[in-house]
Design a protein around this ligand. Structure first.
Ligand SMILES: Nc1nc2c(ncn2[C@@H]2O[C@H](COP(=O)(O)OP(=O)(O)O)[C@@H](O)[C@H]2O)c(=O)[nH]1
Ligand SMILES: [Mg+2]
Length: 442
């Protein structure tokens, strides 16, 4: 089967790119362009026709053709660059649908084929998806690093070390009589212990990768009527939450996804904290308290002219929070002091909000120190690493002299879990490693 799809965004646009991949690609290209010769890895200037009636679909277009396996998918692949009107795109897609063995691609199918043909590994496939969906600078940076394969290399190295250890154990099982030195098992044990340490470090390393991909959770809490909903609206640049001088307006949690100066943030506006009588408001307050507990950062908003601050609010303030003293347009002298970073602002007059944004970025980057070896960007990776650790734990606990076969199985499972992160699961490799290191078939 050959697959095709519009790879650029929907028109109208100056140029649209339609892609086709599969073994009949060249034939279909010739059919649609009437070109006798199509050169690979070159720009071919052409017209596109509807072969049914020879009507021109686009009189001036370009065709790029890549011969397998040197293409994105690893199959024969072509890209058509045509004028980006809806009419041209639709006509071209229709003609493609009428070609033999040609179907519209599923989402991500080109990349899936690339994975199946070993052009890319699973981590790279995921990171290409991340790069396509990146909305902020941090997300783009992270995806670029992953596309370039740093994480894959790291996991592959770890996995090869595990396979090597496993191959020693397999050899010990298969050739028990041969005199493989006893100390080999000891060495294997030590090397697996080191791998355990490395994986533990990755897991314990902060969750920056997942946060950058999914967004940092920032919660706005504080006094009633302090301007929490106004702050959310200001940062979102639209009216997301209802703003009113009636206390207790916000009850549900209102969340919005924002790009705060390059930082992907899920900002939550919550009910103001006070002694509420109304059942619905009470529920809202308990939701607010819950939200602030699970947040990566809390912004506690207080009206700078408030006389007394509710004790529940005081309890929420610590060195990890940002206190936002609002309404400096009414009272411009800081009225309260806290053991926390404090910013005096006026949401109404958009005063000092830039200072708040700087503080938010500072706090988040301090809490989730970024480093170059970001490895976990998805829950999937974390789960697999945990499974791998469990198996290694089992292995380390066993008495290898007695349970060598079972210990080998633990390592085999650990290798499999680690391999599934990059998308490699292959027992043949273990055999390969044995042959390479022991020259068994000599
Ligand atoms: N003077 C002044 N009023 C503000 C400021 N920010 C919000 N308000 C007003 O305070 C009231 C409560 O605002 P709201 O955002 O609903 O507060 P919330 O209850 O904390 O969500 C509204 O009347 C807002 O217009 C500010 O910076 N200065
Ligand atoms: Mg509100």
């Amino acid at each position: 089967m050959n697959i095709y799809a519009l790879s650029s965004g929907r028109g109208p646009s100056g140029i649209a790119i339609v892609r086709i991949s599969g073994k009949d690609t060249l034939k279909i290209c010739k059919n649609l362009t009437k070109l006798k010769e199509i050169n690979s890895n070159e720009v071919n200037y052409c017209k596109f026709y509807d072969p049914k009636n020879d009507k021109v679909i686009d009189p001036e277009a370009l065709l790029l053709w890549f011969r397998r396996p040197n293409s994105y998918t690893g199959e024969d692949l072509a890209e058509f660059q045509v004028h980006g009107s809806n009419a041209v795109i639709n006509a071209l897609l229709k003609v493609l649908s009428e070609q033999n063995n040609c179907k519209l691609a599923e989402p991500g199918e080109f990349t899936k084929i690339a994975f199946q043909n070993d052009k890319i590994d699973l981590l790279k496939a995921e990171s290409i998806g991340d790069l396509i969906h990146a909305e902020t600078e941090l997300q783009r940076d992270q995806a670029v690093k992953l596309v370039q394969g740093n994480a894959s290399n790291y996991y592959n190295d770890l996995r090869e070390k595990l396979i090597k250890s496993l191959s020693y154990i397999e050899a010990k099982i298969d050739f028990a009589e041969d005199d493989l030195p006893e100390k080999i098992l000891k060495e294997v044990h030590n090397s697996v212990k080191l791998i355990h340490k490395d994986i533990l470090k990755i897991i314990e390393n902060n969750k920056i990768g997942e946060k950058i991909r999914d967004g940092f959770r920032v919660s706005i809490t504080g006094e009633v009527n302090a301007g929490k909903s106004s702050l959310l609206n200001l940062l979102a640049k639209r009216d997301v939450a209802i703003v009113s001088d009636e206390a207790g307006t916000t009850r549900d949690i209102i969340e919005t996804y924002l790009n705060i100066d390059g930082y992907p943030v899920i900002l939550a506006d919550t009910a103001g904290i006070r002694k509420a009588k109304n059942e619905i408001e009470k529920k809202g307050i308990s939701l607010a308290l819950g939200k602030s507990k699970e947040a990566d950062l809390n912004i506690v908003v207080i009206d700078n002219s408030s006389k007394n601050i509710n004790s529940d609010i005081k309890k929420m303030i610590n060195k990890d929070t940002i206190v936002l003293l609002n309404k400096s347009d009414v009272q411009d002298k800081q009225n309260h002091k806290f053991e926390a970073d404090t910013v005096l602002v006026s949401v109404k007059e958009n005063k000092n909000i830039d200072k708040l944004i700087k503080k938010i970025k500072q706090k988040l980057s301090k809490k989730f120190t970024s480093n170059d070896s970001v490895l976990i960007t998805r829950e999937r990776h974390r789960l697999r690493l945990n499974e791998c650790l469990k198996e290694i734990d089992n292995f380390l606990k066993k008495d290898q002299k007695k349970d060598l076969e079972l210990a080998a199985e633990d390592l085999r499972m650990a290798t499999r879990h680690l391999g599934s992160i990059v998308g490699k699961v292959d027992v043949e490799e273990i055999l390969g490693s044995i042959f390479k290191d022991f020259c068994i078939g000599k």
